[in-house]
Design a protein around this ligand. Structure first.
Ligand SMILES: [Zn+2]
Length: 382
């Protein structure tokens, strides 16, 4: 970046963060299983560990994007605030688990001492970021939070998640007068928490681009398939875009232009939420989607374009997965560069080099588009 470049006040990203979220300790084991079968000398940290978020924090503090960032302190959510998305019974279960010291909520989802305080901080910090936008103090805010939230359903923990940080922020937006909110989820896994929470609503359009992983057990009954479209008034307002392994930058760009942008144009949201996971990157242990920094940058640019057109530039970005401890931080930096619409990349890619073949993903995306045009009323002439 040219050092003389002046950063306009309305092109800042307001980052909300609290270091207390580092205290959620997910332990070690074989990948995310938390078990030691005894075969290995070196056990790895659970992929959703504090290091990944430490690097995201440091790259924003020390990377070339720093001049575009305004820092804000996060805060814990109140129990009463959680009830806009979660059931009282489920919240009681979480409080009880914390009181007892620990609980395994699924094969890979562990609440340990310190986890509940971190989860409350993640939820409250995300709510503060949304409130900042709603109150007109900024247009683009980013909640750098963990534990992640997009698998947490109204009454169910799942996939390293306890509280649905983005879902709570969407409810706050609706309760504050927003009429229509888009939630775009680019984490490599299906954003089943928001999908489930807003399945009956036509006020929230949930769009999820994900690996075609299907249901993974009782904590995650949703398949993330194209025919899970919502119910009742919400029919058509849950758009699942399962993409083939290796979809890559060009495939994601194609999906954005042919599926995501037309749906947002028809929906005309007055608030946008980007649920950002970097586990869709080329080097993530949890995904095979092969995005590089430039792919994330392009998604960020597209989101910014849509926000400028429909939501008066307002976008909340919420951190989700992303487990390569180096590349997730770099891809986050690139995503935010895209949202800022900087003319030239600020940071070069230290890892990406794989060749891409977009011919298969584009065929899959065409098939999804044909299906949606036939079945989803508001997309008939999209
Ligand atoms: Zn994920």
């Amino acid at each position: 970046m040219a050092s003389a470049e002046v950063i306009p006040a309305d092109n800042l990203i307001h980052v909300f963060w609290h270091e207390g979220m580092l205290k959620h300790d997910t332990g070690i084991g074989v990948h995310s299983k938390g078990i030691d079968p005894g075969f290995l000398d070196i056990l790895e940290k659970h992929p959703e560990n504090a290091d990944r978020v430490r690097n995201m924090y440091s790259i924003l503090k020390r990377g070339p994007i720093l001049p575009f960032i305004s820092w804000h302190q996060g805060r814990p959510a109140l129990i009463s605030e959680l009830l806009s998305f979660h059931t009282q019974e489920y919240v009681n279960e979480l409080i009880e688990a914390d009181r007892n010291g620990e609980k395994k909520f699924s094969g890979t989802t562990f609440l340990n001492p310190g986890s509940w305080d971190a989860a409350l901080l993640a939820a409250g910090t995300t709510l503060s970021a949304m409130k900042h936008i709603i109150d007109g103090h900024g247009k683009v805010a980013y909640a750098l939070v963990r534990p992640p939230g997009h698998h947490a359903q109204p009454a169910q923990a799942d996939g390293y998640c306890f509280l649905n940080n983005a879902g709570l922020a969407v409810q706050l937006a609706l309760n504050s007068g927003c009429r229509k909110v888009v939630v775009l989820d680019i984490d490599v896994h299906y954003g089943n928490g928001a999908g489930e929470g807003f399945y009956h609503s036509d006020k929230v359009l949930t769009i999820s681009l994900h690996m075609n992983h299907g249901s993974w057990g009782p904590s995650h009954p949703q398949g993330g398939t194209i025919d899970e479209l919502g119910e009742g008034e919400g029919f058509g307002y849950n758009l699942n875009i399962p993409l083939p392994n290796g979809t890559g930058d060009k495939g994601y760009g194609y999906a954005m232009q042919h599926l995501v942008v037309p749906a947002i144009e028809k929906f005309e949201p007055d608030m946008m939420v980007l649920v950002a996971g970097q586990d869709s990157s080329a080097f993530d242990p949890n995904g095979r989607q092969c995005l590089t920094m430039e792919g994330y940058r392009e998604i960020g640019r597209t989101i910014r374009g849509m926000a400028d057109k429909y939501s008066n530039g307002r976008v909340l970005i919420v951190q989700e997965g992303g487990y390569h401890v180096t590349y997730a931080a770099y891809c986050l930096h690139a995503t935010l560069e895209g949202v800022l619409n900087v003319s030239e990349p600020l940071l070069s890619d230290p890892l990406a080099y794989y060749p891409e073949d977009e011919s298969f993903p584009t065929k899959v995306i065409e098939a999804i588009k044909k299906y949606q045009k036939e079945v989803v009323p508001f997309l008939k002439d999209a």
